[in-house]
Design a protein around this ligand. Structure first.
Ligand code: MD6
Ligand code: FE
Length: 216
């Protein structure tokens, strides 16, 4: 009985090293789930989720917004970071302390002490939404890691190699999981398979992902 309980607690808060410089911190964000969701709601009230267009003219299935001093945007003109939300012309909402502190703590736990994110991209997946294999290379400084927080429905994350053709490994990212990666693996190809439908007790039929970056 007691052994089972400890095993479950251990499993829920486990650090899994998936590659050099990459750690999956199972359940790391769970204790702050309510504060995180309230902070996201406040950001979305000022900078609503929107489906942006890729430079090639495709509308993304994932809806996005941002907070922090820079936000990630895409349109016919390319991928980039912008100080203002193109939908409103206003600066992106500030990064709330609860988000910044979580990202800093997770980075430190994974061996990247002193991470100081200036951008947080917020992705919303409805059932069927997916993200094709890509590299995150629009940031100026690749020595900083990326911290990725998953909330809501679980998703299958693909973690590949330095070439798009490298066969990716698959990891399930669940509510409260935090993935940190940098160093050698900072530029690996990665993506998210089409979200399977379901109902999450706090977030309903969606997955929300936060990615914290040092963009500028
Ligand atoms: C997602 N994440 O999990 C998409 N990028 O919805 C990413 O594209 C990502 O999780 C860079 C680093 C971590 C990530
Ligand atoms: Fe990415």
């Amino acid at each position: 009985m007691v052994a089972d309980l400890f095993e479950n607690l251990f499993d829920e808060l486990r650090r899994e090293d998936i590659a050099p410089g990459a750690a999956l911190l199972h359940g790391f964000a769970r204790a702050q789930q309510h504060e995180l969701i309230a902070a996201i709601d406040a950001i979305v009230a000022r900078a609503p989720f929107r489906h942006m267009m890729t430079p090639g003219g495709h509308t993304m299935s994932v809806a996005m917004t941002s907070c922090g001093s820079a936000g990630w945007v895409t349109d016919r003109g390319g991928y980039r970071y912008a100080a203002n939300d193109p939908a409103s012309g206003q600066p992106w909402p500030e990064m709330p302390a609860v988000l910044r502190d979580l990202a800093r703590n997770a980075a430190a736990e994974a061996g990247f002490a002193g991470f100081d994110p200036d951008a947080c991209l917020i992705n919303r997946y409805a059932p069927g939404a997916r993200m094709a294999l890509h590299q995150d290379k629009d940031e100026r400084d690749f020595s900083a890691p990326i911290v990725s927080v998953s909330l809501g429905l679980p998703a299958i994350f693909q973690f590949g190699g330095m070439a798009r053709s490298d066969k990716p490994r698959r990891y399930e990212l669940r509510h409260g999981d935090v993935l940190v990666w940098g160093g050698e693996t900072r530029l690996v190809y990665h993506g998210v398979l089409a979200l399977k439908d379901g109902e999450h007790p706090l977030l309903g039929r969606q997955r929300i992902n936060l990615t914290f970056r040092k963009a500028l």
